[in-house]
Design a protein around this ligand. Structure first.
Ligand SMILES: [Co+2]
Length: 298
């Protein structure tokens, strides 16, 4: 990998770590989700980073794709198991990392399962290793600790302005015999659960991304497509961001987002929850493949 590019991957990782530390410190019973999300996002911008996706805060049975809504009044509660998932880019080069926080949830072993699986996987991210070998270690590690990996959530390749490059990196046994190459970048993210090991879509949608320009009726729709294509580079964005960019009522915004999704202009990311209402823990780092793998977010 070109030195200048590696520098940008590393800078994105440094910014992410500082923002993540702030977020982790703020997660306390009674604190507002919206305040934490905004503090972390403001920190990313103040350090010169941009968003690879909105700060995700998914709680208990929710595994991913939850974030603060407009005027979100939700607070963290004693007993919560909280996934904080952050994505930063510098000139398109992405760092993606998540940690799980327990507010006396009693699910500390579940967190340990995801973290241990991640550690074991990261050690293997060397040239010549096959994807299925790493996936197998992730699955076996989680099962050996008494939990289930989530079969339909995966890690992913990263590339410039691409959050899902090359292929998905499964957390369960598979037949992907791709050999890791020096300089490949991946986000590895084992999810473990005390449920059955699968997530399903809820009907709550707070995150979208640009897909394509289709004919639209409202000027606000055109503005949203332009924003999400240019300023957000086609990367995932939060509904709440749009209210800072355009003059529109939340009701009209909801209507337009539904229309744009239905006509194929936008892609929706519904909040994902465990099918048996199991608790979910996640651990994630971004790694550059090498004889000494570089973990940019550790
Ligand atoms: Co990720």
């Amino acid at each position: 990998m070109d030195d200048e590019i590696l520098k940008k991957y590393k800078k994105a990782g440094e910014i992410l770590k500082e923002a993540r530390n702030l977020g982790l410190k703020m997660i306390k019973p009674g604190a507002k989700i919206l305040d934490v999300v905004e503090a972390v996002e403001n920190k990313i911008l103040s350090l010169g980073g941009e968003f690879a996706f909105p700060v995700n805060i998914s709680i208990n049975q929710n595994a991913a794709h939850d974030t603060a809504d407009i005027n979100d009044s939700r607070t963290f509660e004693e007993g919560d198991l909280i996934k904080l998932d952050i994505g930063v880019h510098v000139d398109g080069y992405i760092a993606d990392s998540a940690k799980t926080v327990s507010l006396n949830s009693g699910k500390e072993d579940l967190i340990k399962a995801s973290e241990t699986a991640l550690e074991e996987a990261l050690k293997m991210m060397r040239p010549g290793v096959k994807v299925y070998e790493v996936s197998e270690v992730i699955e076996d590690t989680i099962r050996s600790m008494g939990f289930n990996p989530i079969i339909n959530l995966t890690g992913h390749g990263l590339d410039r302005y691409e959050l899902h490059a090359r292929f998905e990196f499964p957390n369960i046994k598979n037949a992907i015999d791709y050999e890791l190459k020096e300089g490949d970048v991946f986000a590895i993210e084992p999810f473990s659960t005390d449920g059955s090991g699968k997530v399903t879509e809820t009907n709550k949608i707070l995150i979208y991304r640009y897909l394509s320009d289709r004919p639209v009726r409202f000027p606000e729709s055109r503005k949203i497509l332009e924003l999400t294509r240019e300023k957000y580079h086609g990367l995932p964005f939060a509904k709440r961001w749009l209210l800072k960019e355009i003059k529109i009522s939340p009701i009209k915004l909801n209507l337009i987002l539904r229309q744009l999704s239905q006509n194929g202009s936008l892609y929706e990311y519904p909040v994902l929850k465990e099918v048996q209402n199991g608790f979910v823990a996640q651990a994630e780092h971004t790694v550059v493949v090498g004889d000494n793998p570089i973990i940019t977010t550790a």
